[in-house]
Design a protein around this ligand. Structure first.
Ligand SMILES: C[S@@+](CC[C@H](N)C(=O)[O-])C[C@H]1O[C@@H](n2cnc3c(N)ncnc32)[C@H](O)[C@@H]1O
Length: 287
C-alpha cells in the first residue's frame, strides 16, 4: 500500500509537525517527554490505532483526539505511548531495604501510635504500577514480612497508573510463565498454575492491592490520607527535570512525616535533595 500518506510497509507517514503536535499533547497531559528520537516509536505504536479509527493521516487523528469531549481518545493514545515494561522483584534490593531497614522502624512507631484495640495502619502507594508486577511483589513481601501478624494490621496498598490496559492486566493478576520466571522459589506459593502458560496471583495477595487510574500530572490527588511509603520507580525517567521536581514535591505532600520515597535505580534526586533526606541511592525520607 503506497500513497502520499503511507510508506511501502503500509505505515502512515508522520510529519515533523504532526509529531510535534502529538508530543506536545502527551507532554502537557501526561508529562512524558517524547524527544525527536522517539518519532519512529510514536509512529509505530500509534499506526494501527490510527488506522483502526479510519484515519489516513495523523493530523486528522490528532484533531479527533483533542476534540473528543470524553477522555476516551486521549486514554487510548497514552495506552499506546506509555511503556509498561515491568517485572516481579525488579530492583530486588529495594525489597530488602524495605523489610530490613524501613518496616522494622516504621512498624514500631505505628504500633505505638495505634489506639488500643485498633489495628495499626500502614499505607503504601505504588505510583506507576504498570501491569501489577510491582504492587504484587510488594504485597507478597508484606505477606512474608508480617506472617500471621498481618491480621493485626490494617494494610493499604494503593497501585495507580495512567494506562487502562496495564491496570486491566494488573486487576486480572494472571501472567505467563515467562513473566513469573524471575519470582524467587520461596514466593512461588503465591501463584497457582491455571493453564499451560498461565500463573494467577493468589487471591489473598490480589485482595491486598487496590488499583486506581491516576494521572500523576494532576495538581491534586484524590487521597483521603497520607502514605508511609511511596514507590515510584522507572516512571520519572520519562519526565523532564522540571516535571520530575514538581512530582517529587507532590509526593512530599502525600507522605507522612519521615515517610519513604523509593525511585528507580537509574533515577536520582541527588545527594542533597532538599525536602528529602538521602537514605541510600534511590531511597529518600521526607524531612
Ligand atoms: C516502565 S513502567 C514502570 C513500572 C514499575 N514501576 C517498575 O518499576 O517496574 C512506567 C509506568 O508509568 C506509567 N506512567 C507514565 N506516565 C504516567 C503518568 N503521567 N501518570 C501515571 N502513570 C504514568 C506508565 O503507564 C507505566 O505503566
Amino acid at each position: 500500500m503506497t500513497s502520499a500518506n503511507f510508506n511501502a510497509e503500509g505505515i502512515i507517514r508522520l510529519s515533523d509537525k504532526e509529531f510535534r503536535m502529538i508530543s506536545e499533547l502527551v507532554y502537557d497531559r501526561f508529562g512524558i517527554n517524547l524527544t525527536d528520537k522517539k518519532k519512529a516509536l510514536v509512529r509505530g505504536r500509534l499506526n494501527s490505532l490510527v488506522k483502526s479509527q479510519g484515519f489516513t493521516n495523523f493530523k486528522s487523528y490528532y484533531q479527533s483526539v483533542i476534540e473528543d469531549p470524553t477522555e476516551g481518545s486521549l486514554l487510548s493514545l497514552i495506552d499506546r505511548i506509555s511503556t509498561n515494561h515491568s517485572f516481579f522483584f525488579r530492583e530486588a534490593e529495594h525489597f530488602d531495604v524495605l523489610t530490613k531497614r524501613v518496616l522494622p522502624k516504621l512498624c514500631r512507631v505505628l504500633e505505638k501510635q495505634s489506639t488500643a484495640g485498633q489495628p495499626a495502619s500502614l499505607r503504601i502507594w505504588c505510583a506507576g504500577s504498570a501491569a501489577g508486577e510491582e504492587p504484587y511483589t510488594l504485597a507478597m513481601v508484606l505477606a512474608e514480612y508480617f506472617g500471621l501478624k498481618i491480621e493485626r494490621w490494617d494494610i493499604g496498598l494503593l497501585a495507580t497508573d495512567i494506562s487502562v490496559s496495564a491496570l486491566g492486566q494488573a486487576v486480572d493478576g494472571s501472567y505467563t510463565e515467562q513473566r513469573v520466571a524471575g519470582v524467587p522459589a520461596s514466593y512461588r506459593k503465591y501463584f497457582s498454575k491455571t493453564g499451560p502458560d498461565r500463573y494467577d496471583v493468589a487471591d489473598k495477595i490480589k485482595r491486598m492491592v487496590l488499583y486506581k487510574r491516576l494521572n500523576l500530572m494532576r495538581e491534586q490527588y484524590p487521597f483521603k490520607g497520607k502514605f508511609h511509603v511511596i514507590f515510584c520507580r522507572n516512571v520519572m525517567i520519562y519526565f523532564d527535570p522540571e516535571t520530575k521536581k514538581k512530582l517529587v514535591g507532590k509526593f512530599h505532600r502525600y507522605l507522612h512525616e519521615s515517610g519513604y520515597l523509593f525511585i528507580g535505580h537509574s533515577e536520582t534526586l541527588g545527594k542533597d535533595p532538599g525536602i528529602y533526606r538521602y537514605v541510600q541511592p534511590t531511597v529518600y525520607q521526607k524531612v
